[in-house]
Design a protein around this ligand. Structure first.
Ligand SMILES: Nc1ncnc2c1ncn2[C@@H]1O[C@H](COP(=O)(O)OP(=O)(O)OP(=O)(O)O)[C@@H](O)[C@H]1O
Length: 513
């Protein structure tokens, strides 16, 4: 009956169908453009009216680039390679693809570039498939609370600024404060866990990356690590995509239920490379000449980390982002942005470096917003007073520097504080099992180290590190299962520490009451 009443309304689905299946107007619009300007890692391309944002274009010389700016009649393209190979007037083709990298088990033990191509001279990467570097972060319902610790093997961190599996934590500090060393040590400690590590070097010198690779190889850890390098001599475009690409590699493993630790070394260089590209593309500069979307480039990266539910594989991605500050200025633009995106920061202080206190973790300025919930009960008990003891000590230490005469109680507090700070010292490439850390921290807080000099203390700590996992194997097992530290266990730990102290002093020492 309706048919006789004139034209019928068209269903919305039918309209979409018509649009999708109508003959393409492609013959009118070219799919090959030309380069009109090139230099400093950027190419300006004309004649590709239908190119999309983030699409990969292919230059006639074989290089590829990503469309970052879309303007009428003009595309701003970031070149993923040496842009001096591109000539003005050169043809550029659309690919209708977004930028992808290789992901898969074949990347483990390899040093690769952000596109997943080998950089270690060991031949092509096998057992890997292509995957887009950008991905949407998992939704809230696909995320779980952070409940398991990621042991870094570093006393100052595991005790006072604990990191949980799936946490996003910054390692922040001035130049040469030990940021890279701390992250490498955290990766080395994963030799005792099933966690897969990815080290993403952005804007680092080649020799610095080689040092990290050598440290991982020396500890027999390289087979469990992917090293991605976009060095200072590489194209800025590669440095820009490196963290997203490393994250895509991490997502492959987390999707299979694995725990992944990913280190971005460092995000300051990443922000600078994006600023360079944006300025060359003539985007309006904002604060510190960074473009307006600088917050978004890091937020969209770091929100891809987390602890995920079984629906999306059940794995986790823990992100350690390194940030370099200048003159201890934590309130500069990039550090504050990143601090507000992440779940806490480990602040490395040049003041402590000058005192030769390594790792130079400043507990007063470091915080872990979610790691505490993942910390084991034993650590929580031992580490409870650590921050307070240290902050009181530092206050008194400044005061005592004026040569003030001190009463006995104050002097005792200074001695104890110095012992606790000494106990937090740890050499590079020397991560420690949890039980050894707990014995050392308990010993320091009960006065076992009070009258020892630095060398003696190091000898005692070395002995505890070696003996505790063997002698206190049962307690170590209970601790990993989340048991509380009872008085008996604590007494056994102190006894071991006192024995180590006596050995270090040649067996003549009187045990501490
Ligand atoms: N635990 C440690 N014990 C002794 N020395 C250390 C320790 N950690 C780091 N160092 C030393 O501190 C120096 C700086 O370390 P590292 O390169 O890790 O710092 P960084 O902050 O990453 O430097 P950059 O700012 O150049 O990236 C190195 O010489 C390193 O050997």
């Amino acid at each position: 009956m309706n048919a006789s009443l004139g034209p019928q309304p068209i269903e919305p689905e039918t309209v979409l169908d018509l649009l999708l299946h109508s003959p393409s107007p492609a013959p009118l619009l070219s799919e090959v453009g030309t380069v009109t300007q090139v230099g400093d890692g950027i190419a300006i391309v004309a004649g590709l009216e239908r190119a999309l944002a983030d699409e990969v274009l292919e230059f006639a010389c074989g290089l590829s680039g990503i469309v970052l700016d879309l303007e009428p009649g003009r595309l701003g393209v970031v070149v993923l390679g040496p842009s001096d190979q591109i000539m003005i007037g050169e043809a550029v083709k659309r690919t209708r693809k977004v930028v992808s990298t290789r992901v898969g088990p074949g990347l483990l033990g390899r040093v690769v570039d952000p596109l997943g191509a080998a950089r270690d001279g060991l031949g092509a990467v096998k057992h890997a498939t292509l995957h887009p570097v950008e991905a949407e972060a998992p939704a809230i319902r696909d995320r779980q609370a952070i409940t398991h610790p990621l042991a870094t093997g570093i006393k100052a961190i595991d005790a006072a600024v604990p990191v949980g599996l799936g946490q996003r934590q910054l390692v922040i500090g001035d130049r040469q404060t030990g940021k890279t060393s701390l992250c490498v040590d955290a990766m080395l400690n994963q030799a005792h866990s099933d966690v897969i590590c990815i080290y993403c070097a952005v804007g680092q010198r080649g020799d610095a990356v080689a040092k990290v690779v050598a440290a991982l190889r020396a500890a027999d850890m390289l087979e469990r690590v992917i090293v991605m390098a976009a060095g200072d001599e590489d194209a800025t475009g590669l440095a820009y995509i490196a963290p997203y690409s490393a994250m895509a590699m991490a997502e492959y493993f987390s999707g299979q239920g694995r725990d992944v630790l990913i280190v971005f070394d460092d995000l300051t260089h990443h922000a600078r490379s994006y600023r360079e590209l944006s300025l060359l593309l003539r985007r309006p500069p904002g604060r510190e000449a960074f473009p307006g979307d600088i917050f978004y480039i890091h937020a969209r990266l770091l929100e891809r980390a987390g602890q995920f539910t079984d629906r999306v594989g059940g794995g986790s991605i823990t992100a350690l982002g390194v940030v370099e500050t200048q003159a201890e200025n934590l309130s500069a633009y990039i550090p504050t942005n990143l601090i507000s995106i992440t779940d806490g920061q480990i602040y490395l202080s040049p003041r402590l470096v000058r005192k030769n206190q390594f790792p130079a973790v400043d507990l007063g300025k470091s915080v872990s917003r979610v790691g505490g919930k993942a910390q084991t009960a034993a650590f929580r008990k031992v580490a409870g007073n650590l921050r307070v003891t240290l902050s009181q000590f530092e206050e008194l230490e400044d005061f005592a520097r004026f040569g003030t005469r001190l009463d006995d109680a104050t002097r005792a507090r200074l001695t104890r504080g110095a012992a606790v700070r000494g106990a937090l010292r740890q050499a590079e490439r020397d991560p420690m099992p949890a039980i050894s850390q707990l014995v050392i921290l308990t010993a320091a807080q009960t006065g076992v180290f009070d009258d020892l000099d630095e060398a003696a203390m190091r000898a005692v700590m070395d002995q505890i590190k070696a003996e505790a996992p063997v002698v206190l194997a049962d307690i170590a097992k209970q601790i990993t299962q989340g048991a509380e530290l009872d008085d008996v266990a604590q007494a056994e730990m102190c006894a071991l520490a006192q024995k180590a102290r006596a050995t270090a002093k040649g067996g003549e020492d009187v045990p501490i009451a």
